[in-house]
Each structure stands twice: as C-alpha cells, then as structure tokens.
Design a protein around this ligand. Structure first.
Ligand SMILES: [Zn+2]
Length: 313
C-alpha cells in the first residue's frame, strides 16, 4: 500500500501544520523523503523522453516501461508491457496525473489494464481505460465502486507531495473514480500480447486480490505490493499473513528461473534472490526468531533491503 515507514514523515506533519504547504518564498515544502530522491538505482536506468511533470518513465527492458510517480510519498510504479498486437498496463497509479496520456505517447497498441491489487494507489487511473481485468473477490468488487474520503486527504497532504500537484488537481476533490471490470481473471491464466505471453499468479496476502505477473520467457516477475524494497505493509485489515506466507513460498520457487523483479513501489528493478530472502524473513517472523521494533502501533521486522510491517496483535 504505502512504501515508507511513517516515521519518515511524521516530523514533517508537525512542520507542515506550523508552516503550511509552502515556504515563505512561495516554494512548495520538500519533505525529508523527497529531499532524498532520486534513489541511486535510477542513475543506472534508461529514462524515456515523455513530456510530463508528474510521471517519469524508464525503459527497463525492450517493450517494458516503468511509469514512476516520484512526486508523491508512495513512489508508485505502474508498468506498460508491449507485445506485437496488444499492450498490458499493470496498474494505473494514483490517479493524480493522467496516465493514459503517458501510455498513448508510448504505444499506439490497444491497451488492457490489469491491477496487481485494488488498493487505491494502483487503480487511480483505471477509469481512463475501458478494457480492465481483475480478480473476482469481494474486496475487488468493493474497490471498483471508487474510493474517496480518508485516502484522498492522506495521499495529497502537503507532507506527502514532493513539488507541485498537476494543474487542476485539488486535495479536497481527489478521489479514485469507479471503474468497470471487463473480464475476471483466474489463477494461472495466460495473456497473449503477440510475441509476449504473460502468466497471472494469484498471490493473496497483502490484499485478498493481490497477484503477480510472470513473463516466463524473459525471466521477469512483476511483484506488485507482495514484494518491494522498503517497508512492506502487512498490517491493514485486508492483509492475511498466513495467505501471504504461502504466496511468498510460491514465488520463491520461481526465483531460480527469474532475471529481474519489477516491484510496484520505490524502484523498478530488484534482484530475484530477494524472493528467497523474503521467504526466510517470513519464516523468522513466524517462528519468533527475529524481534520487531514497535513504533506507531506497528511491529517492524527489519531485514537487509526491506522490512515487514505487521499489526500488533
Ligand atoms: Zn497495496
């Protein structure tokens, strides 16, 4: 859901309350997380030339683009994956910038959307598209109706924005628009894009409708929020840690055949051996072999390159 520990921004919340959203010179505040960008991994990536102030696009592999949102705290990453006949957009981001303008500039192919899960930060642009694939869970069906209220206030709070919002975007009117799912996918389903085949792997846990996307021929695994390098959020009511454990074990079995993980937050490239380490980390949490740090009502279990954030029982 959200990729950083709240401790990264909490001092800023107080600062913003005192100072407002702008410095005295009229410049937007730059929260600490924002001042630490860009992350060093981006220096090695090939940036694609798109004319947009909100999104940055990186060419990760031939026909695979990461569409990154560095101006919001969650640093969401959606992926456009091209075949010869169709393109697949894996997630649509926060819905703050207009992602369909970006995808239209990158391909003329018809675009099908598939969500890694239906948290608001991955479905924000869904309403801009008509061909949408998703799972059929009660959680999914609830989120298809759109989301507003508390999410919007949090996501666009001054301490969560790095720089300016796009013209016309107002925090108090921001919401996730409803969208229509054209097709319900099943576990193991294959998607043919023409010269590229993608395989859907259900990985419930983070949410009931979490899934990963495998490009077996090219050794690419798009991991959604099941894995990203950062604090992995596993404390919300929709998280099922038992299901997550099974899903991680399933992914770890794939690791020897993979060349690259493409996560949905922070950085679009991660080594496949993270999956083995994630499986071991989950086992250590379950056995009590590792102790958490308790902050802000959560237990954080830290490992090299990532942590697991669980609720306090
Ligand atoms: Zn999520």
């Amino acid at each position: 859901m959200i990729p950083k520990a709240l401790s990264a921004i909490l001092p800023l919340v107080l600062g913003c309350a005192l100072a407002g959203a702008q410095t005295p010179s009229g410049e937007p505040l730059r929260p600490q997380w924002c001042r630490e960008l860009p992350r060093p991994e981006y220096a090695k990536l090939e940036r694609a030339d798109v004319n947009d102030d909100w999104f940055e696009v990186y060419r990760i592999r031939p026909g695979v683009f990461a569409i990154y949102e560095p101006h919001q705290f969650e640093e969401v990453i959606s992926y456009l994956i091209l075949g010869s006949k169709r393109a697949l957009l894996f997630d649509t981001g926060l819905g703050i910038g207009k992602i369909s303008d970006i995808t239209a500039s990158l391909t003329k192919l018809p675009i099908t959307v598939l969500n890694s899960h239906t948290h608001f930060d991955h479905t924000g642009g869904n309403a801009e598209f008509s061909d949408i694939l998703d799972e059929d869970t009660p959680f999914t069906r609830t989120n298809e109706k759109g989301q507003s209220n508390i999410y919007s206030r949090d996501a666009l709070a001054p301490d969560r924005i790095c720089g300016h919002l796009p013209p016309g975007v107002q925090p108090n009117s921001y919401s996730i628009r409803p969208f229509h799912v054209a097709h319900r996918v099943t576990d193991g389903e294959h998607i043919q894009l023409g010269n590229r085949e993608l395989e859907i792997i259900f990985t419930p846990g983070h949410t009931p409708d979490s899934l990963c996307l495998l490009d077996r021929k090219n050794g690419l695994l798009f991991t959604g929020d099941t894995f990203y390098p950062g604090p992995i959020y596993l404390f919300t009511p929709e998280t099922d840690f038992d299901a997550y454990t099974k899903s991680v074990a399933r992914l770890a079995k794939l690791a020897p055949k993979l060349k690259l993980l493409l996560p949905a937050h922070n950085v679009p490239v991660a080594a496949p051996d993270y999956l083995d380490r994630l499986e071991k980390a989950v086992a250590q949490v379950r056995s009590g072999a590792v102790q958490p740090v308790v902050t802000e009502g959560r237990r954080e279990f830290s490992f090299q390159g990532f942590s697991l954030l669980l609720a306090i029982n």
